[in-house]
Design a binder for this molecule. Structure first.
Ligand code: ZN
Ligand code: ZN
Length: 299
């Protein structure tokens, strides 16, 4: 029997607790959030969009054009899932109850003021607005909105995702939705660098010595760092565009079958902090670090 995504996530959380120091603290919250998403969609199922014409899609990919599928989200559903995740936050961390109440009010207002469907950019604007207007911190806001968005996108786009010729794709952005990745892996079977879209979860191979954001191939300006002797996470950086992304070395996990990289990302946010402190910004645009935590290196 194939495992559901929910089961895979819970298994990955268990694995990551052993792999990443410090993840034990936040793992109960992540686990509850996964359960909340699962419960939400059990009650409110989402229909995938019809698959893109296979030949047409292959032609576009061959020509180096992303399909750039960016469906609107049902406003009520997006708000519904955000509120459900808010409940998890308030339950796990009672100190944040007042913030969650504030959040709920703004979300209700957003629902009243918005059309039936909204583009994902409008939801990013809502995220920024909430950070400005409420006590919601940047890292938690990124968590809330990225989990919400990927939960819808992976379902909306799954019919096309399954037939997409990612083997023809060489660019750094997502062939299916055009999003810039935040992480990837070195595949367990052959060590090849595979990027993954944090939004629609499409995976594709990418040349090791190339920046996915500015296409820089100058070896002198590309590098990665690890922490101490821990080689399962690499922060890949580019000194030309000063951006970074994370690469998980799946050869070090002894994982049989698929790895849920999104969980590894959440388990290794301290690496995002290190990257920010080194002066690199996330090429994905996803800010996982609060500004007051970034203390620039003093000389
Ligand atoms: Zn994508
Ligand atoms: Zn670059």
């Amino acid at each position: 029997m194939t495992k559901s995504l929910y089961e895979k996530c819970q298994e990955e959380i268990t694995r990551c607790k052993k792999l990443y120091k410090g993840f034990s603290d936040s793992s109960p919250f992540i686990s509850s959030a996964c359960s909340a998403v699962y419960e939400y969609f059990k009650e409110h199922p989402v229909a995938p969009l019809p698959a893109y014409d296979k030949e047409e899609a292959a032609d576009m990919i061959r020509a180096g054009n992303s399909l750039s599928l960016n469906p609107n989200l049902k406003t009520r559903a997006a708000v519904g899932l955000l509120k459900k995740l808010g409940e998890v936050i308030a339950k796990t961390n009672p100190k944040l109850k007042a913030t969650v109440n504030e959040l709920d009010e703004h979300l209700d207002q957003f629902l009243l003021d918005s059309p039936e469907e909204v583009a994902k950019e409008e939801l990013f604007n809502l995220r920024d607005f909430l950070i400005k207007e409420t006590e919601l911190e940047e890292d938690l806001a990124t968590f809330l909105f990225s989990i919400m968005l990927t939960s819808f996108y992976r379902q909306y786009l799954q019919a096309t995702s399954g037939v997409l010729r990612t083997d023809l794709w060489e660019r750094g952005d997502c062939p299916l939705c055009g999003t810039k990745p935040h992480y990837g892996q070195l595949r367990s079977e052959d060590g090849a660098k595979q990027l993954e879209c944090w939004l629609c979860v499409t995976q594709w191979l990418h040349t090791r010595i190339k920046c996915p954001y500015c296409n820089n191939t100058d070896m002198e300006k590309l590098g990665f760092f690890t922490v101490e002797d821990d080689e399962k996470v690499r922060v890949n950086y580019c000194q030309k565009c000063c951006q970074y992304y994370k690469i998980f070395d799946a050869r070090k996990f002894h994982a049989d079958g698929g790895v849920v990289l999104a969980i590894h990302n959440l388990a290794s946010l301290d690496y995002d902090l290190l990257a920010r402190r080194e002066g690199f910004t996330p090429g994905s645009g996803l800010e996982w670090v609060n500004k007051d935590e970034i203390v620039e290196a003093q000389d």
